[in-house]
Design a protein around this ligand. Structure first.
Ligand code: DC
Length: 229
C-alpha cells in the first residue's frame, strides 16, 4: 500500500487526537499533534512573561521565535508521543486550563502560524503521517489524500474535557470548561489567519454519539478505502 497523508481537523475537544493516535499505532504511521505545538509556544510565552492576562507581547515573542524548539518523542510507557519544548518534556504542562485559555490568542498570530506550518510540512514530507489540528487539510497539506473534519456538540465536548482533567487530578469546573471551549471555537473560527474551516473535500464525522471503538473502526475503514485506491 502506498503511504498517504491523513489530515484530521475539527473543533476543540472532540477526540481528534485519540482517534488519530490510535490509527497511527494501528497502521504504523507517524502521529503529529499540531495543537500541542501551539500549546508549547503558549507555555514558552507564559514561562518568559510574554503573556499578561490576554495580552501577548508579540514583539518579544517574535524576537524569540528562534529560541523555541519543539519535538516529539515516543513515550514507551504510553506508546504515544510526548511533546518536548527545548528538550524538556512538557506533555502535562501544555494541557492545563491556563495554557488552554491562552493558546487561541497565540495560535492567531501570523508569524507563529508560519513557523509552525513550516515545521509541520517538514515533519510530514515523507508521508505516512497523521496530523491533527485546525488547518491541516486547508493550509498545511491541502493535497492530503484523506481529510476528516471532526465535530461534536459543545456540551459533550465539555464533558469529555472535564472527565479528562478530573482523571488527571486537576481541579476544574464544568461551566468554565464549556465557556473555554466555546470561546476557543469562536476565536479559532473567526481569526484572520487560517481560520478553522472544513476543507471542501473533507469528510465530516460528528462523533457526539459514538464510542471510541466505533470511531476507530470508522476511521480505519476510511483509511483502507483511500489507501487501497
Ligand atoms: O487541538 P488543541 O485543543 O490542542 O489546540 C490548541 C489550540 O491551538 C486551539 O485553540 C486551536 C489551535 N490550533 C490551531 O490554530 N491550528 C492547529 N493546526 C492546531 C491547533
Amino acid at each position: 500500500m502506498n503511504k498517504i497523508t491523513i489530515a484530521i481537523d475539527g473543533h476543540s475537544s472532540c477526540g481528534k487526537s485519540t482517534m488519530a493516535k490510535d490509527l497511527a499505532r494501528e497502521i504504523g504511521y507517524v502521529y503529529i499533534d499540531t495543537g500541542a505545538m501551539y500549546r508549547a509556544v503558549t507555555l514558552f510565552c507564559i514561562q518568559n512573561g510574554f503573556i499578561k492576562d490576554e495580552t501577548i507581547d508579540t514583539e518579544e515573542l517574535q524576537k524569540h521565535m528562534n529560541d523555541i524548539s519543539i519535538t516529539f518523542q515516543l513515550n514507551p510507557n504510553t506508546g504515544k508521543p510526548d511533546t518536548y519544548l527545548n528538550g524538556v518534556c512538557v506533555e502535562n504542562k501544555i494541557r492545563t486550563l491556563e495554557v488552554s485559555s491562552k493558546v487561541s490568542y497565540v495560535a492567531a498570530l501570523g508569524f507563529v502560524r508560519e513557523a509552525m506550518v513550516d515545521l509541520q510540512r517538514l515533519m510530514g514530507e515523507a508521508k505516512g503521517v497523521i496530523m491533527d489540528g485546525r488547518d491541516i487539510g486547508t493550509v498545511v497539506f491541502p493535497n492530503a489524500e484523506l481529510k476528516i473534519f471532526v465535530t461534536a456538540s459543545d456540551e459533550i465536548r465539555a464533558q469529555r474535557r472535564y472527565d479528562e482533567l478530573i482523571a488527571k487530578g486537576e481541579k476544574c469546573n464544568m461551566e468554565e470548561i464549556l465557556a473555554n471551549i466555546r470561546e476557543r471555537d469562536r476565536i479559532d473560527s473567526t481569526r484572520a489567519v487560517s481560520p478553522l474551516r472544513k476543507a471542501d473535500d473533507a469528510i465530516v464525522l460528528d462523533n457526539s454519539h459514538m464510542t471510541i471503538p466505533e470511531q476507530k473502526a470508522w476511521l480505519l475503514a476510511q483509511f483502507q478505502r483511500v489507501a487501497k485506491g
